[in-house]
Write a protein that binds this ligand. Structure first.
Ligand code: HPA
Length: 248
């Protein structure tokens, strides 16, 4: 089964026929909100709003472990994460959709692994390709089918937040290879791999990052919100197509 974790601007899926809601509990605490079970084009999927349905949980306080653990408990094998990012690379302008293929973790102090006790066996998970190549191509194929431009590949820098970045930080991330920056990519991506779920991100560029574009003095958060809102129609149409061809 496929699950969609929605971020800023995507706290619901308009065409999801909700069959039921379920509050989940896990050994790691409670997920961000009730799981919405629904039918999207005859396929059952689960939808979860990463920041809670009232958009109240900041990135560093999201219970990523509970979210993924509970999804797996429900039989989820594939997770598409929708995440807003700031664009560092010149072609990642506000409104652009992109499916990253690599990630760098700049977060700290988050519960970043399920292997955190001394007396159970642990594995060093492979993270060479942090995102599932198959799921990535399914998103890109869906985008092509609904004729929505979507860029293939890019390095996602996961920052701690919840504040935005300084220009010097963005320059550093760029030197280190980052193309975009967001606050929720880690540990979510790694935890999905620990649970052997296929995971990919559909990133929505909602702003030029600090010091890029015309953001030389500050970033206008109202523009960020409206760019996110405007892009979500395109994101939904891609997701619907991905779900449609999901079992093909
Ligand atoms: N920086 C960090 N995270 C973000 C940004 C940004 O500019 N935009 C959206 N998420």
């Amino acid at each position: 089964m496929l699950a969609i974790i929605g971020g800023r601007g995507l706290t619901e899926l308009a065409n999801l026929n909700i069959t039921h809601r379920q509050v989940m509990r896990t050994p790691y605490g409670e997920p961000s909100g009730a799981f919405l079970f629904g039918m999207l084009n005859q396929h059952e999927i689960i939808f979860l709003a990463r920041h809670g349905y009232g958009y109240t949980i900041p990135p560093h306080l999201v219970n990523y472990r509970a979210n993924l653990w509970a999804l797996r408990e429900q039989g989820v094998t594939d997770v598409i994460s929708v995440a807003t990012v700031g664009g560092i690379r010149a072609d990642l302008t506000p409104g652009t959709l992109v499916v990253p293929d690599q990630i760098i973790d700049y977060t700290h102090g988050r519960d970043a692994t399920f292997f955190n006790t001394r007396n159970t066996s642990y594995r060093n998970i492979d993270f060479t390709l942090p995102y599932s190549p198959e799921l990535r191509s399914r998103i890109l194929r869906g985008a092509t089918e609904v004729r929505q431009p979507c860029l293939d590949g890019g390095v996602y820098a996961a920052t701690q937040g919840p504040r935005l970045d300084s220009i010097a930080e963005i320059n550093r991330y760029e030197r280190e290879g980052a193309d975009m920056v967001g606050m929720t990519g880690m540990p979510e991506t790694a935890l999905a791999r620990e649970l052997e779920m296929n995971y990919a991100t559909l990133a929505v560029v909602v702003n030029y990052t600090a010091g890029r574009g015309d953001n030389l003095q500050s970033i206008n958060m109202e523009n960020v919100a409206s760019t996110a809102r405007n892009a979500m129609g395109r994101v939904r149409s891609i997701l619907e197509c991905v779900v449609n061809c999901h079992d093909d």
